[in-house]
Design a protein around this ligand. Sequence first.
Ligand SMILES: [Zn+2]
Length: 183
Amino acid sequence: MSVRKVLTTPNRKLHLKSRRLTPSEIGSTKTKTIISDIYDTLRAGEYGVGMSAIQVGEPIAACVVMIRPTPNRPNLEHFDRVYFNPEIIKTFGTKVPMWEGCCSVLDDNGDPVYAEVPRYRKIKVRYYDESSCEHIEIVDGFLAHVLQHEVDHINGTIFTDLVPLSNTISLEEYRKKCQQNKP
Ligand SMILES: [Zn+2]
């Protein structure tokens, strides 16, 4: 168990497409260690609500969603799940702009930057759990938003590939926006 260094842009690895895991790989000690390290790394930070394995340098299709109240989103309810080989198999409606940041995209002060990124409100996702059981679920709300961000990481896309860097704002500006608008 250890807190890993989170890869930050620019880093070629963040644009790799992660490899899908076989059921035996999902159950392996090596994978369990990576997942437990991702949990430790998320807990060590204040803002992250999700992290994919590639962000700690492991190009495997796995992510942890650990939604919790953060300084910017104090009203979030706790949610905790590991997703292996997650895929968005259906989307509903059209994309709408949603504010997000990323532990891998930091400014010169080492703080995350934020931008409005077009995301679906509702998606259908297929994934495997820690016992390699397949799940197909329709997801909406904040979880749907976080999953789209994490599945992008697994496919080698970071949110600043989707919006111009000039559209990003600093943590300080985002904090002010949260206090004014309560997004
Ligand atoms: Zn991210």
